[in-house]
Design a protein around this ligand. Structure first.
Ligand code: ADP
Ligand code: MG
Length: 375
């Protein structure tokens, strides 16, 4: 096992810059998830760690050794891809032992490694089968088994669950996490799926446009997103955003000493934000679970129009329009609302976010400890 350090790593294809100087310290034994939309450079970065892609500039070291010029086979890492890339003419056992046999590992050692790993992954009964006689989930497990038997210093995963159906994806997510608990091997896991990132990561690395936007634990990133991109990408249903102007003198409610005036004049009271100035153009961010449907006449609340109600069993998603903008509200209640009618809604002031509209950075409230790690 090993730590991985990435220092000012850049990647260009000809004149096109794809990664713009990535800095990242991955601790020994940590499970890191690189998450971001398609095309943001996740696979490129992973392939640079693996040695499958040249580094344009900067350094990557594994276990304290700079590996920039090392061949993939000399980096002692194992990669698991979305396409399982199993050899179709080999059995499960042969697929898993292939790398060990190449290294001329002693027969008994190979046999015991296969038995051990097959036990961990529940593949004992399938060892003689060919890949085509396996389900997608079983093939994915063989691909992982093949990586594990090598006992590499680190595992790299590139969207390994994307080909599986939703239920199996959920199961494999849990299995991979349990496996990580057991093996404790440094892992870098790439996905575009924010739920995989939230549920699997020790730390999430949120990427956009070849730049690391934020690094932090799942809940740090969820509760204190560094900017509008991270706030909008992490969380489902997604955060609501409303553009307005921050004012420190627009309200006389006791609960607050500041407010946001939306474009149509609607006023939303908020807690004061040390870093926003009166008159500053901002974007208000509120997660659907941080807006409540309240009784008529409660204060402070604002009036919205009900557009759509989506019952999901456990919860209900209510779509409303506020100041001409769509807003989603998540509630565990089953509200009895008329489509087209009005509803009073209240923003949970402790939980709403204020972003500077120009820089798109979050402006943390004065009460917040300075801990959110910047990229
Ligand atoms: P992700 O894995 O996040 O979807 P990639 O790392 O695959 O993104 O790609 C990042 C960017 O690099 C994309 O814009 C892609 O088009 C570009 N890219 C990837 N490989 C090449 C290549 N061989 N030549 C030119 N551009 C490439
Ligand atoms: Mg990719």
């Amino acid at each position: 096992m090993a730590s991985i350090e990435i220092t000012n790593a850049r990647k260009s294809y000809g004149a096109v810059d794809v990664l713009h100087g990535i800095n990242l310290d991955i601790r020994d034994g940590e499970f890191i998830v690189l998450v971001g939309p398609s095309g943001c450079g996740k696979s490129t970065l992973l392939r640079m760690i693996a040695g499958l892609e040249e580094i344009t500039s900067g350094d990557i070291s594994i276990g304290g050794t700079v590996v920039n010029d090392l061949q993939p086979k000399d980096r002692d890492i194992a990669m698991v891809f979305q396409s399982y890339a199993l050899y179709p003419h080999m059995s499960v056992a042969e697929n898993m032992s292939y790398a060990l046999n190449l290294r001329k590992t002693a027969k008994e050692k190979v046999a015991s490694a296969i038995e051990n790993v097959a036990g961990i992954l529940g593949l004992n009964a399938l060892l003689e089968r060919r890949p085509k006689a396996l389900s997608g989930g079983q093939r994915q497990r063989v691909a992982m088994g093949r990586a594990i038997v090598r006992q590499p210093q680190a595992f790299l995963f590139d969207e390994p669950l994307s080909n599986l159906d939703a239920r199996l994806r959920e199961q494999m997510r849990t299995e991979i996490r349990k496996l990580h608990r057991r093996l404790g091997a440094t892992s870098v896991y790439v996905t575009h799926d924010q739920i995989e990132a939230m549920t699997m990561a020790d730390r999430i690395v949120a990427m956009y446009d070849g730049i690391v936007q934020q690094v932090g634990s799942p809940l740090e990133i969820y509760d204190r997103p560094a900017n509008i991109f991270v706030a909008s990408f992490i969380g489902s249903p997604a955060m609501n955003f409303l553009e307005g102007t921050y004012q420190t003198d627009a309200t006389d409610t006791n609960a607050t000493n500041a407010a946001i005036t939306l474009e149509d004049g609607t006023i939303i009271p908020v807690l004061s934000s040390a870093q926003a100035m009166s008159g500053q153009k901002i974007t208000l961010g509120a997660r659907p679970e941080h807006i409540d449907i309240v009784e008529d006449g409660s204060s402070p609340s604002v009036t919205a129009t009900v557009e759509l109600i989506e019952p999901m069993g456990l919860s209900t998603l209510v779509h409303v329009t506020l100041a001409g903008k769509p807003v989603k509200i998540f509630t565990l209640a089953r509200p009895d609302l008329a489509i087209g009618g009005t509803v009073q809604i209240a923003f949970n002031m402790d939980k709403t976010h204020i972003f500077d509209r120009e820089s798109e950075l979050r402006l943390p409230p004065a009460s917040e400890p300075v801990s959110a790690q910047k990229a």
